[in-house]
Ligand binder design. Sequence first.
Ligand code: FAD
Length: 340
Amino acid sequence: MRILDHHPLAELTTFGLPARAAHFAACTSEDEVKEALEWHHHRGGPLHILGGGSNVLLTGDLPGLVLRMEVSGIREIGRTEKGPLVQVGAGVGWHAFVMEALDRNWYGLENLSLIPGSTGAGPMQNIGAYGVELEERFHALEAVEIATGETHRFDHSDCAFGYRESVFKRALKGRYVITSVTFQLLDVPELRLDYGAIRQALEEAGVHDPTPRAVSDAVIGIRRSKLPDPAVLGNAGSFFKNPVVDADRHAALVARFPDMPHYPAPGGIKLAAGWLIDQAGWKGHDRGTHGVHDRQALVLVHKGGAQGAEILQLAQDVQADVLDRFGVKLEREVNVLPAP
Ligand SMILES: Cc1cc2nc3c(=O)[nH]c(=O)nc-3n(C[C@H](O)[C@H](O)[C@H](O)COP(=O)(O)OP(=O)(O)OC[C@H]3O[C@@H](n4cnc5c(N)ncnc54)[C@H](O)[C@@H]3O)c2cc1C
């Protein structure tokens, strides 16, 4: 493992914004993670973990060490009556893993096809899409404690998963490097077709008796039609989380906007952040080098030549306007580095 100085980060993130790491280490094994952490302890300064860079907004150069996770490997390590227990290195691309699982007839991840990023980052925000969240297939993970260099195992109950949430974003934020994740996959498919336009896409494709592969293909088709491809237009997916409001706020909003989409959620009623941003007139908002995507108001885009701080400013302008108009606070889903 080599430590590189002043390493450029733009191409390692999907926003493609200019920034450099003071020091940078790509780690291909748990031992290399521990070696990099030891180096970091001697040097001091901040530490940042980077996976596929698809959920970060870089607003400037990063002091200290950036540790990029490149641990590979997909292994069946055991079985239960449901199906295989599959351990995946944190650096394995999430979509590549979903595709490999389908090739090996391991089911349960098909709705999560085409989510960018690394497998190790998946539990951080309990990635989810089309009615399935990672936590439903999660078995355990291994992580190295940054302070001690010791490896710890976390079972499902240790992770405090929630909507785009886990203990690693809250109580244990900045304390662990996830090195592998183990999933409980299924031998017998349990298809989830009732979310979004999955059924419609299957019908349009002439599929009457869907397989997990057909569901994956449908999800991939829907995502390609809705979300900008980061290789073409810089972005980090949904910039904001869907807000959960209490019954009073919900009733007041429904009285004003009877068509407002809403869904029951733990702790209240979930609203669609994209709908609120769209209603406030931000969809397609253009600031030359950056703006709000014209087909999906939840996605902020980098068109070329922007600085991360400008995109953060746009995000803050959207948040302030939505708060002003609807009394709803939008929380960022994307991680801003360095922390604002
Ligand atoms: C076009 C597009 C569509 C998207 N769609 C979805 C979607 O449908 N659903 C969804 O949930 N997300 C979605 N995302 C967001 C993103 O893909 C996920 O959050 C993904 O899990 C991020 O993975 P990453 O490896 O790129 O993480 P990074 O962006 O590199 O890191 C994200 C955070 O996790 C930390 N981190 C990363 N790896 C580790 C590790 N091994 N150990 C400890 N900390 C770590 C980082 O420090 C950072 O705070 C989308 C993004 C894009 C660009």
